[in-house]
Unconditional design. Structure first.
Length: 210
């Protein structure tokens, strides 16, 4: 396997590296998928700011969590309609009264185009082949645990094909989605640099060979 990274993928990594995130959103690099595409990078994120101004939530109790994965196949894949694919995941716990809302899934999915638009990404021009699922799980406790409040867990999986290598905007859209799921307005009051930077070399945590 060659140690050379395709120029397009190197450009995409550089653009991700230059993207900042809002306070309260923490992003770090994690091990990327090794069988889906020849090259990939993966990030995990969590929102620890509850948006009330009262301070951050405990580190072990984030308001929302998720993953952001970029896949690159220089040969392209037909289902992608391109050589890159962004795959995202967002999980959050919502207010129990939202469990019975028949429009919850539709509302959650509407966050995708809204956050893409906030990042300046236009369907059909900057983003192709969007798709995904929304899952909600109601947890109700019984017996000795009956005093535990009901909880609604929301899981939003979405993927799309970015046009070009300017992936910083796509990362911005995903962090806005994390904030929205956490109940925090996605427009940032300010930005801070991502503390962990990426390498342009194909190291195990973020780039893989065939």
């Amino acid at each position: 396997m060659s140690n050379d990274v395709p120029a397009e993928f190197a450009d995409a990594l550089a653009d991700l590296r230059g993207q900042g995130v809002r306070p309260g959103v923490h992003v770090e690099e994690i091990a990327a998928p090794v069988r889906v595409a020849p090259y990939s990078v993966a990030l995990s994120g969590e929102v620890t700011d509850d948006g009330t101004g009262a301070g951050a939530a405990p580190a072990d109790d984030p308001v929302a969590t998720g993953r952001f994965v970029v896949l690159h196949d220089p040969a392209g894949q037909e289902s992608w309609q391109g050589t890159f694919r962004v795959v995202t995941l967002v999980r959050a716990t919502l207010e129990p009264e939202m469990a019975a809302d028949p429009l919850l899934a539709d509302v959650a999915w509407s966050w995708i185009p809204e956050c893409l638009d906030l990042a300046g990404l236009r369907p059909g021009a900057d983003v192709l082949a969007e798709g995904g699922t929304v899952t909600r799980v109601l947890s109700k406790s019984f017996g000795a645990l009956s005093s535990t409040p009901d909880a609604v867990d929301l899981e939003l999986r979405a993927s799309w094909t970015p046009v070009g290598t300017h992936l910083g905007a796509h990362l911005q859209a995903w962090t806005a989605l994390l904030s929205t799921a956490a109940g925090i307005p996605p427009l940032p009051a300010g930005v801070t640099a991502i503390t962990r930077r990426f390498s342009d070399r194909p190291q195990r945590p973020h780039t893989v060979g065939p």
